[in-house]
Design a protein around this ligand. Structure first.
Ligand SMILES: [Zn+2]
Length: 105
């Protein structure tokens, strides 16, 4: 079963590595599709994703909580949402890339 849909192959491998380091067998799928992303519509089915190799309800529960922890850490440390246009920005940018609003205002 699929436990995570990434926005790029690097992110998929980060999550896959987190799962395998917690004794969960996981694998990345969909990287080949990502390579031809320019030629096909980019949606959930063409994104690289992380799958459990031997799914069970216990594994699924553990994997889901690891993925959630990862997403929480990403949101806390590396991005913020513009209060003007609600676009997501990476932490190193002090101004919204979309509308130029300063962070936290
Ligand atoms: Zn903005």
């Amino acid at each position: 079963m699929k436990v995570f849909t990434a926005s790029n192959p690097t992110e998929a491998h980060i999550v896959c590595g987190l799962l395998t380091s917690n004794d969960i067998q996981a694998e990345v799928r969909g990287e080949q599709l990502f390579a031809i992303q320019g030629e096909v519509p980019f949606d959930d089915s063409t994104s690289p994703s992380v799958w459990l190799v031997e799914p069970s309800s216990a594994m699924e529960e553990k994997a889901t909580s690891i993925v959630q922890d990862y997403l929480d850490s990403i949101n806390q440390e590396s991005s913020w949402f513009c209060q003007s246009c609600e676009e997501e920005n990476e932490a190193q940018f002090g101004l919204c890339w979309n509308c130029g609003q300063a962070a936290g205002t």
